[in-house]
Design a binder for this molecule. Sequence first.
Ligand SMILES: [Zn+2]
Length: 102
Amino acid sequence: MAKCCEQFMSGWHIKQCDRNATTEYEGNPYCKQHNPELRRMRDEESTRKWNEKREHEKKRKLIEAYWLVIDDLNDCGLLKSSEDTLLNRVDQLKKQLESENG
Ligand SMILES: [Zn+2]
């Protein structure tokens, strides 16, 4: 079986990847790790996951902040009954995010 064609610096020498090539890209043999197409897909996937996580974290912080404010307002007796729905809604969102996380 052909070896992966990826070359990289190892100290002062250029080395070739010694894995067997199990994939091909633009006519060149590559192992799964060095195939540029698979690499790109891995990068995109990790970027997507990272963005998703960041987005989730942003929402969690916002809801946490809302919750603290509303809870304080409630403690001080400043919430009127019409605002209870807001309290419930934030509580709902909080639980929803927690379950998404787990
Ligand atoms: Zn390789």
